[in-house]
Write a protein that binds this ligand. Structure first.
Ligand code: IMP
Length: 423
């Protein structure tokens, strides 16, 4: 069997959690391949809203195995809270959730380093979620990190101490006033590590490749979005992992020729949380309406998300880098009521009109070029079939498909599992 990938094509928060949840019944295994508790994958069903941070979005389905892959960074403390939140669902976590021994651990001092680094940057800060993601991936690539499998080793505490002491020395290099009680943070960390040790650790690349040989179907679940990718995102305003399709290969140990479909998730408009360029950002009533109707507040930090028109230049770039085979459009319902919709199809860049994403997309370098589309009034949230959708919305969909040269297969018209239209 092969693997399908599910990825966000914008700056995150596209609604990946909902779609994984909708798709899960088709797959035996759901595997997260990068990121960590900076993610907040929201699922809504049976009147319950649930936000997952590190745990794959298939956890609510009885028949699916969920894997935290080697490319993920795990914070035992956040993870323990996540497990506590799942307590009321009676899920057999030990058998349904398997954790790669090669996933890296986020230490309390990684979170402190994140805070110190951001504070020292002042106005140039990344707008990080401050979950320790950057410093943990730095230790991974710097070959200093501590992995989940190390918890099983006799010298785990000594390894921890050596790295935490090094971090403390590093924190003192930053000229910032950071208040913390390391003893308290460490007590919390070691309690959480003890709980984590009770769960099932595996060599996930071996597990997944064997599963494929045995005919099992796998969905690889990405976090964040393509424009936050460490290489292809709006650097340095990005996260520290490979959020694009290649990340599924390195983050799970799956060979590229095993990947079949790539599902690209995008919102019918654009949002971004944190700092960094955003060419189609709106600073007016229209943007405020999108934020309000779309409830655009971060699932992890609660921060207000910046909103703007759909940017097809950026989307086309993401489709290309990921090799997207099917598009899933989210939150079309949020656009109901606008007289006209704008869609960015090109940028003015250095006196030229271009339709690819250039090196530098700061506002002083690019001006979006828009085409206008007629809006629709109808409320889409109760609609259940493609035929019911207003003609203007269908035209909006067709226009995007034509520009991106990839079909839109699923249209989401609300947060609930049921508010999903298959085209
Ligand atoms: P970090 O990954 O927490 O260091 O954050 C780096 C940047 O990525 C910041 O602009 C964050 O707001 C953004 N970011 C990280 N994770 C997410 C996510 O899950 N959704 C949306 N933005 C995210």
């Amino acid at each position: 069997m092969t693997v399908d990938l599910l990825l966000g094509l914008q700056w995150g928060d596209e609604g990946k959690g909902k779609i994984v949840d909708v798709l899960t019944s088709k797959y035996d295994i759901i595997a997260r391949f990068q990121g960590g508790p900076n993610a907040g994958h929201t699922l809504e069903f049976d009147g319950i809203k649930h936000v997952l941070r590190t745990i794959p979005s298939g956890i609510f389905h009885e028949n699916s195995i969920n894997i935290i892959g080697n490319g993920v960074v795990m914070d035992p403390v956040v993870f323990q809270k996540e497990l506590e939140g799942l307590g009321k669902f009676n899920i057999d976590i030990k058998s349904r959730l398997l954790i790669s021994r090669k996933a890296h651990l986020i230490l309390p001092t990684h979170r402190l380093l994140d805070a110190a680094s951001e504070a020292s940057k002042g106005k140039a800060k990344i707008g990080s979620t401050l979950k320790g993601i950057g410093p943990t991936y730095m230790d991974k690539t710097g070959r200093n990190g501590i992995r989940v499998g190390d918890i099983e080793l006799a010298d785990f505490e000594a390894r921890y101490r050596a790295l935490a002491d090094k971090h403390q020395a590093m924190i003192s290099f930053y000229d910032v006033d950071l208040q913390y009680n390391l003893k308290e943070l460490e007590d919390e960390f070691f309690t959480a590590v003890k709980a984590l040790k009770e769960l099932t650790f595996i060599d996930s690349e071996e597990y997944l490749n064997n599963a494929m040989k045995n005919g099992k179907s796998i969905l690889a679940e990405g976090a964040q979005g393509s424009l936050l990718d460490i290489d292809f995102g709006t650097y340095p305003f990005v996260t520290s992992s490979t959020t694009t399709a290649a990340g599924a290969c390195t983050g799970l140990g799956i060979a590229p020729n095993k990947v079949k479909d790539v599902f690209g998730i995008f919102k019918a408009y654009t949002t971004r949380v944190g700092s960094g360029p955003f060419p189609t950002e709106l600073f007016d009533e229209v943007g405020a309406t999108m934020a309000k109707v779309g409830n655009e507040f971060g699932a992890v930090t609660g921060r207000a998300r910046r909103c703007g028109w759909l940017d097809l230049v950026a989307l086309k770039y993401a489709v290309q880098v990921n090799g997207v085979t099917q598009l899933y459009m989210m939150k079309g319902d949020v656009l109901s009521g606008f007289e006209t919709l704008k869609v960015c199809t090109a940028y003015e860049y250095k006196g030229e009109k271009i339709d690819h994403l250039p090196y530098n997309i700061e506002p002083e370098n690019v001006t979006p070029v828009y085409v206008e589309k007629k809006g629709w009034k109808a409320d889409l949230t109760e609609m259940t079939s493609f035929d019911e959708l207003p003609i203007e919305f269908k035209e909006y969909i067709e226009f995007i498909e034509k520009e991106l040269e990839v079909p839109i297969k699923v249209i989401s018209v609300g947060p609930d599992r049921k508010q999903t239209i298959i085209k």
